[in-house]
Ligand binder design. Structure first.
Ligand code: COA
Length: 257
């Protein structure tokens, strides 16, 4: 499916969601946010098991929120825009499948934040990543101050936000901001392989795992253990659990739903 600034392709359980404003390095205006929300809903309706988020063109993943659009914001307007961006962060975090950011170039500000909201991040060797807002006189407003802390040390989070540092892919990987770095030309093949493997895993178990892993950050260790316990026990009796364990005992490959 295609909107004005976003495209969505779904095949074999994998949704590829592309922000498509290459002339503005995929910077996001209100139309983009609205279309991203609609596309994530559509991927969910189509029961995609994996969602890959990326940017159109060869230069940028997403160069942030559209600065030209925001420059004259009043505080109430800024608050409303923060809520819209944070809603998408939530949509990605709660997406009932695995989300992967395929970071093909610049990922700044809101672009960095949307990558942080995904479950996994794969960067092209050309990626440059940062929370650059400080140099615009603002701070991250779409979850960055919270999401960074999940992946990098508090020291690194503060350095990124205070200095607005733009990390190349190698440094981003070294700090834990991305899971791996691959050759630019191999990014999509690599991500497609990951997505296909994830799409073949038992769906309910994958989502339960995501919920339990998310809960650590939302509720802290103890609350997370409660969520994990419930999610774990709730999987017993599902067809995939029965099949997975039967296959192991019978020494054969499982045939998941
Ligand atoms: N908002 C609006 N437009 C943006 C944008 C953003 N966040 N990022 C890039 N663009 C636009 C530029 O205005 C330019 O448009 P134009 O051709 O109509 O003038 C076009 O994208 C290309 O950008 P340009 O700056 O000319 O390319 P570059 O290769 O010299 O630099 C960047 C690329 C990404 C380093 C630079 O554009 C940049 O620093 N962007 C801002 C990133 C940022 O701080 N994002 C956080 C926002 S909260």
């Amino acid at each position: 499916m295609s909107w004005n600034t976003v495209t969505l392709d779904i095949s074999d359980g994998v949704a590829r969601l592309t922000v498509d404003r290459p002339d503005a390095l995929n910077a996001m205006n209100p139309e983009t946010l609205e279309e991203l929300e609609a596309a994530i809903r559509e991927a969910e309706r189509e029961s995609a098991r994996v969602l890959v988020l990326t940017g159109a063109g060869d230069d940028a993943f997403i160069a942030g929120a559209d600065i030209d659009y925001m420059r004259e914001f009043s505080t109430p307007e800024a608050l409303a825009y923060a809520e819209r961006g944070q809603n998408i962060v939530r949509n990605l975090q709660e997406f009932p499948g695995v989300t992967i950011a395929a970071i093909n170039g610049y990922a700044f500000g809101g672009g960095c934040e949307f990558s942080l909201a995904c479950d996994l991040r794969v960067a092209s060797e050309r990626a440059i990543i940062g929370q650059t807002e400080i140099d615009l006189g603002i701070i991250p407003g779409w979850g960055g101050t919270q999401l960074l802390q999940r992946l990098v040390s508090d020291e690194v989070a503060r350095r990124l936000v205070f200095f607005g540092e733009r990390l190349d892919a190698t440094d981003a990987h070294e700090h834990g901001l991305v899971g791996e770095v691959v050759a630019h030309d191999e990014l999509y093949d690599h991500v497609d392989e990951m997505a296909a493997e994830l799409a073949s895993k038992p769906r309910h178990a994958l989502y339960a795992a995501k919920e339990a892993l998310n809960a650590f950050h939302e509720t802290g260790g103890e609350g997370g253990l409660t969520v994990e316990r419930r999610a774990w026990s709730g999987l017993f009796g599902t067809p995939d659990q029965r099949e997975g364990m039967a296959a192991f005992v019978e020494k054969r490959e499982p045939d998941f739903e």
